[in-house]
Design a binder for this molecule. Structure first.
Ligand SMILES: Cc1cc2nc3c(=O)[nH]c(=O)nc-3n(C[C@H](O)[C@H](O)[C@H](O)COP(=O)(O)O)c2cc1C
Length: 332
């Protein structure tokens, strides 16, 4: 049986609560984490998540149906209330309720009303937080689980603290399961997160590089050849994002030049995504089918990139994480 495959420490209560085999979640990544990736993660024993930030309800329905055509395993939908027009957000939530979604991952400001609405409709709320204050607010609002995001994370970064500083502090105050996120790309880091009180991990950058992710190959290859010091935390990619927010990306011509404020620069298209223009300083990262100056786009990447050496399937990625963790736990 699969419960005997690896060291018992790797089967945390979280796996029973989420209904997955292994304590490994794929982060909700807008554009990148669609049905192919989410279903592959869940089918391999992890917990998949559809990154649906600011997507239309019809698109969410399409992605959920495609997921369900590939997997009967539990999964989550990821939304970001603070970055979404309130009318669109209410339609997204209504669609999730109609689709009988069981888990939602929320991020950024704690939106009490959305959390209540989800819980009143039988949806478990997993809230990603970047500080003790966020965690307290999310718990007070009724979050069923927390994801603690450290400053090492790729993509939008909420807090200012290293994961392993913040994680034990939040585990100590949380009565609900806590999941660690930010810079985790190895089984050894999974063990370290568990040792600090987490019941699982949520990985973005690592799953972005899998064959099933919708990220452009250029982005995957750049991560494969990057080291931790190739990433930077900056405010350079802000266009079409309604709130000022830090992002961790690979350094490029945009992050390394002096003209930082997008408002001071004309709206110049630097490429297209499925026929629609991508402008300089946009938060859109290049997805499959993007063309243009991909090197100047937002190439999100966490600080764990130095250990990501190959593009492989989501299933192989999960097996490697579990085997590395198991080997470490059985080392003596
Ligand atoms: C390409 C990319 C896109 C992301 N998009 C989202 C998103 O849409 N919603 C969200 O909650 N988090 C998003 N994140 C952040 C992740 O939830 C998570 O905190 C982060 O990936 C963890 O760090 P890691 O990339 O080092 O694993 C994104 C991260 C990446 C790398």
């Amino acid at each position: 049986m699969w419960k005997n495959m690896y060291h018992p420490a790797l089967y945390t209560p979280l796996t029973d609560i989420l209904g997955c085999k292994f304590p490994i979640l794929c982060a909700g990544m807008g554009g990148v984490a669609r049905h192919q990736l989410a279903a592959s993660v869940s089918n391999a024993g992890g917990f998949g998540c559809l990154g649906m930030v600011r997507e239309r309800p019809e698109f969410i329905r399409k992605e959920v149906n495609l997921y369900r055509s590939l997997s009967d395993k539990p999964f989550a939908v990821n939304l970001i209330p603070a970055a979404t027009d309130p009318v669109l957000l209410s339609h997204q939530i209504a669609e999730c309720i109609a689709l009988e979604i069981r888990h939602i991952v929320l991020f950024w400001d704690v939106d009490k009303k959305t959390i209540e609405q989800c819980r009143n409709n039988g949806i478990h709320v997993i809230h990603q937080v970047g500080s003790r204050r966020d965690a307290e607010n999310a718990l007070e609002a009724g979050a069923d689980m927390l994801i603690v995001q450290g400053i090492e994370a790729g993509g939008h970064v909420r807090g200012e603290t290293a994961l392993f500083g913040l994680l034990p502090e939040i585990c100590a105050l949380s009565a609900v399961p806590v999941i660690a996120s930010g810079g985790i790309t190895t089984g050894e880091a999974l063990v370290a997160a568990l040792a600090l009180g987490a019941q699982g991990i949520s990985c973005g950058t690592l799953f972005l590089t899998t064959t099933e992710s919708n990220a452009h190959d250029f982005h995957k290859e750049k991560i494969i050849s990057a080291t931790a010091s190739d990433t930077t935390l900056c405010y350079d990619f802000q266009r079409n994002w309604p709130i000022r927010a830090a992002v961790r990306v690979l350094k490029n011509s945009i992050t390394e030049t002096a003209t930082h404020h997008y408002k001071a620069t004309p709206e110049v298209p630097i490429g297209t995504q499925d026929g629609a223009p991508i402008y300089s300083f946009s938060t859109d990262s290049p997805l499959t089918g993007a063309v243009g100056d991909l090197a100047s786009m937002a190439l999100y990447c966490g600080q764990g990139c130095g250990s990501v050496k190959h593009i492989k399937s989501a299933a192989a990625t999960i097996t490697d994480l579990m085997q590395q963790a198991d080997l470490y736990l059985n080392r003596f």
